[in-house]
Write a new protein. Structure first.
Length: 131
């Protein structure tokens, strides 16, 4: 299994906010199993690389904003279900989680830093056409 992804988020601070973008590439071993004629279960685990871009935006006009770019290692796994919803239309949901090693640590003067390293969890909803 090969997976690429994009995430973004924002962390609010008293003096402004930090916008975070992350691009990830993961190689994994995967397995799947039919549950019924119209449903399929999936599980996967693997590792890869993540690129994190943080940009601080100050609320004060006289304070210069700055940005950081960094890379880290990513360990991840997930489980999901796919359903044949109507004719060839498929709907799916995947719950995944993992841990980022390295990444970027954005310092905010006078406030807690914004760090991209550590555990994470996410949910992906999908729709597609069965070929």
């Amino acid at each position: 299994l090969f997976r690429a992804g994009y995430s973004q988020g924002e962390s609010g601070r008293q003096l402004g906010h930090v916008h975070v973008q992350a691009f990830e590439v993961v190689g994994a071993l995967a397995m799947r199993r039919s549950l019924t004629m119209k449903s399929l279960a999936r599980a996967w685990a693997g590792g890869g690389l993540i690129q994190v871009n943080m940009q601080g935006v100050s609320a004060a006009a006289n304070v210069k904003s700055s940005s950081l770019l960094g890379f880290g290692a990513l360990l991840a796994s997930g489980v999901g279900l796919d359903w044949m919803a109507w004719k060839r239309l498929t709907l799916g949901m995947t719950v995944s989680g993992g841990y980022v090693i390295g990444g970027v640590n954005g310092q905010v003067r006078g406030e807690a830093s914004v760090n991209s390293a550590g555990p994470w969890v996410g949910v992906t909803l999908s729709a597609g056409v069965a070929l």
